[in-house]
Design a protein around this ligand. Structure first.
Ligand SMILES: [Zn+2]
Length: 148
């Protein structure tokens, strides 16, 4: 039997790195036009956004009216993991490589870092519990990502 080296070892390493939400996955270069990569991008991202919002709603119901202070508190009871999202712009150019990062914000004020933005800072904030895509680029469906 041959020793396990080369491509197989590289594939294992890749899966480990991507599993922890590497900021820049191999093979995904921001700034490159990739119709193949961007087809279905809006549907994939909005499905994940809906899953996060459903998890927040379930958390809110279970706690009788409180949202988590950090989105990570939904894991694992309400979400298996913070979803990883990749973002394309209206010209099918990749603008943010796959990310599951969460920026903590105090309102609908994206920092355009990719990943998510979440308002977790308490009941006195009118936007408490709001989650949105942390991107000001225009999606392939002609809507700024943070407005979904
Ligand atoms: Zn962006």
């Amino acid at each position: 039997m041959k020793p396990i080296t080369g491509l197989f070892a590289a594939a294992v390493l890749f899966s480990v790195v991507s599993g922890v939400g590497a900021a820049q996955a191999p093979g995904v270069d921001t700034g490159t036009t990739s119709l193949k990569f961007c087809v279905g991008n809006v549907q994939r991202v909005t499905a994940k956004l809906n899953s996060v919002r459903a998890a927040l709603s379930a958390y809110y119901n279970d706690t009788e009216g409180a949202y988590p202070t950090a989105l990570q508190q939904l894991v694992p009871k309400y979400l298996p993991a913070i979803p990883t999202i990749e973002l394309c712009n209206v010209n099918n150019v990749i603008v943010h490589s796959p990310s599951q990062r969460v920026a903590n914000v105090s309102g609908l004020s994206p920092t355009d870092a990719g990943g998510w933005a979440y308002v977790g800072n308490g009941p006195t904030n009118a936007n408490w519990g709001m989650v949105f895509v942390n991107c000001v680029h225009t999606s392939p469906s002609h809507i700024p990502w943070y407005k979904y």
